[in-house]
Design a protein around this ligand. Structure first.
Ligand code: SF4
Ligand code: SF4
Length: 115
């Protein structure tokens, strides 16, 4: 079975559109939503993402909802389906930002099949 893995220089999940991510509502508090709104630039990207290399500039102190290993446990679908839920989420983000046939998608598929 494939295991979830994050790839470097991706950041596809660092673009927020809460209207498109309705499953987040079960796991986010109103304070979290206020924090997300304060972190989001007008173009929808998190202002802490370094766009030159797609790395988080506050990685060590990033909010709890950016810590996938911990945050995933807040989702019923993760508790039921495990890493498949995370893999599907990443594929969705990568596909919508970079495309289904993008280099990031290839790298992601390689990363999850190596584990
Ligand atoms: S979309 Fe997935 S692989 Fe890409 S940065 Fe986010 S968690 Fe990592
Ligand atoms: S804080 Fe870092 S990990 Fe979280 S959305 Fe922003 S850039 Fe991405």
């Amino acid at each position: 079975m494939k295991s979830w893995s994050c790839i470097e220089n991706c950041g596809a999940c660092c673009r927020f559109d809460l209207a498109e991510r309705d499953n987040l509502s079960e796991a986010l508090s109103s304070n979290d939503i206020a924090l997300i709104n304060s972190m989001t630039s007008k173009d929808g990207w998190c202002k802490y993402l370094d766009k030159s290399n797609r790395k988080c500039m506050i990685y060590e102190s990033r909010p709890h909802f950016c810590r996938v290993n911990e945050f995933s446990r807040s989702f019923k679908s993760y508790l039921k389906n495990g890493d498949k839920f995370l893999i599907d989420c990443c594929k969705q983000h990568i596909s919508s930002i970079y495309g289904k046939k993008s280099n990031q998608m290839k790298l992601f598929k390689t990363a999850i099949s190596k584990k």
